[in-house]
Design a protein around this ligand. Structure first.
Ligand code: MCA
Ligand code: AMP
Length: 478
């Protein structure tokens, strides 16, 4: 199967016009394919390669080259800190860094992108389940897990979205989302290259940058809810999107007020879709169907969903019953790398993936996401952050006796990460020290935005920290 079939088709056609832009860099289909295929030759047969996934053309070429070579590629956040990237490199078994990176502490060989030089010897990848991508995602505790994602579920997801949104070669997609997650990388870049449509990455997802692309024929825009709430706070930029074919939100819940303002300012009714790194996108509203605010639509082609109640029974889809959403079908990935325990825990005995999201399904099949079943999964600016990994990082500081991390409701980020700390008696810890430690060790976007020093954490009779209570009192006092 050729995942990037649109790129290959366009490269075989006439005309050398730009197909992909990242900031001011452009490449035609022929140019991208030639640069990627030159690099592919140097990595063919390798177990896996990693890319520092900064928003650059080099990241796009590197990832396309690995996909073309059939080598699993591990996109790493360019703002990742030392312990996070070491975990990802060790866990994935990546044998080289593809392209440049700024990390002095990474000793893997570097394979240049484009040009010439370097090549790797073949290695075993039998444990990777044919993964094309290995993407790391946070859980409630521990370090991020590597999701094994073969080309086939990626293709199923991208084709399902093309059907839902009538996404075609005639589109020009614009976005400025990170290139190390599903939204920006898989949907934004690989989706466009599968369709063969033009894609412009704006480096940052700012309202002005999106608006400026309308004069370049933009037809579709992607953003997380934070991007859209910043857009409606800049009405001139929002009005410029008038005439776009599709404005699409995902990665976190789009507040109804933002949906309404976006529709009023742009004249375009937003599409909303839902998914996870483990399952790709599974639900979306349709461009030829109802785009109901607060709802994430219907299953994509090849996807089934169901709800499970607290008593373990499957619920009826009555538009009222809240249950944990389970999904199965063509878009679901091949489990977690090195974590058979976590893969088994997330999979029912009859093969459904347990999302951990609470949802309601209407009689008409329309889905509404109500929240997460665990208080320990935080969504901040569309980034998923496990409270446990931030707590473990903060606890490395000598002056910290106890710590609890929660996601507090935030008008801009959806949730903002806050840490509540009990210092070791007689010791002092500053908020900046905590924030900078997490930024340097995990990643900048996982840093707490506020730190509260307290005498003790609320616990129940069994000694368990009461996270929901902490979150409620921080929200009350905000
Ligand atoms: C601040 N900065 C720091 C520190 N504090 N740097 C070092 N140490 C510190 N202590 C600097 C940063 O370097 C950066 O600098 C600047 O602050 C801005 O950072 P920040 O405030 O965190 O950014 P933001 O503007 O608040 O970001 C909002 C955002 C971002 C752009 C919306 O959250 C974002 O890109 N979100 C997208 C997440 C996403 O794609 N999720 C999809 C997951 P400088 O400005 O110089 O760089 S996939 C998924 O969820 C599923 C599958 C799905 O459904 O899609
Ligand atoms: P990630 O681990 O980054 O793939 O994030 C997946 C999670 O993002 C899901 O489990 C949901 O909690 C959340 N999510 C994605 N899209 C939406 C949406 N449209 N509405 C609400 N939550 C969403």
């Amino acid at each position: 199967m050729e995942l990037l079939e649109g790129l290959v088709r366009r490269a075989g056609g006439a005309g050398g016009e730009a197909l992909v832009s990242v900031g001011d860099d452009d490449l035609s289909a022929e140019g991208l394919l030639a640069a990627a295929d030159a690099t592919s030759e140097r990595i063919r047969g390798a177990r896996a390669v990693a890319v520092c996934a900064a928003p650059t053309m080099s990241t796009v070429v590197g990832i396309v080259s690995a996909l073309r070579a059939g080598v699993a590629v591990v996109p790493i956040a360019h703002d990742s800190g030392a312990s996070e990237r070491h975990h990802i490199l060790n866990d994935s078994g990546a044998v080289a860094m593809l392209g440049d990176h700024p990390w002095d502490d990474v000793s893997l060989p570097s394979i240049p992108i484009g040009g010439s030089g370097g090549s790797l010897t073949a290695g075993s990848s039998s444990d990777l389940n044919d993964a094309a991508l290995i993407m790391y995602t946070s859980g409630t505790t521990g370090s991020p897990k590597g999701v094994l994602m073969p080309a086939s579920p990626i293709a199923a997801c991208l084709d399902g979205l093309a059907d839902a949104w009538q996404w075609s070669e005639d589109d020009h997609l614009v976005h400025g989302l990170p290139l190390f997650h599903v939204h920006g990388l898989v949907l934004g870049i690989l989706g466009s290259l599968r369709r063969g449509c033009r894609v412009s990455h704006t480096v940052r997802p700012t309202p002005e940058a999106y608006a400026a692309k309308m004069s370049d024929g933009a037809s579709m825009f992607f953003g997380v809810p934070t991007v859209w709430s910043r857009m409606v706070a800049d009405p001139a930029s929002a009005r410029a999107l008038n005439g776009a074919r599709a404005i699409i939100s995902g990665s976190a819940a789009l507040p109804i007020a933002v949906f309404d303002e976006l529709r009023e300012l742009t004249g375009v009714v937003p599409l909303e879709r839902y998914g996870m790194t483990e399952t790709m996108i599974t639900l979306s509203t349709r461009i030829d169907g109802e785009r109901r605010p607060g709802h994430v639509g219907l299953p994509l082609n090849g996807v089934e969903t169901r709800l499970r109640g607290d008593d373990g029974k499957i619920l009826v889809n009555d538009g009222e019953s809240i249950g944990t959403l389970e999904v199965r079908g063509a878009t679901v990935g091949a489990g977690y790398l090195n974590r058979p325990d976590a893969t088994a825990e997330a999979t029912t005995s009859d093969g459904w993936f347990v999302t951990g999201d609470s949802a309601v399904i209407g009689e008409d099949g329309m889905h509404r996401i109500v929240g997460r079943t665990s208080v320990d999964i935080i969504k901040s600016g569309g980034y998923k952050v496990g409270a446990g990994e931030v707590e473990a990082s903060v606890a490395e500081l000598a002056a910290v006796a106890e710590v609890a991390v929660v996601g507090v409701a935030d008008g801009d980020l959806g949730q903002r990460i806050e840490a509540v700390i009990v210092p070791v008696e007689g010791m002092f810890v500053s908020a900046d020290e905590v924030i900078d430690h997490v930024a340097a060790q995990l990643s900048i976007h996982k840093r707490p935005r506020n730190v509260h020093i307290v005498e003790s954490l609320p616990r129940n009779a069994l000694g368990k920290v009461q996270k929901a209570q902490i979150r409620a009192s921080l929200e009350e006092s905000a």
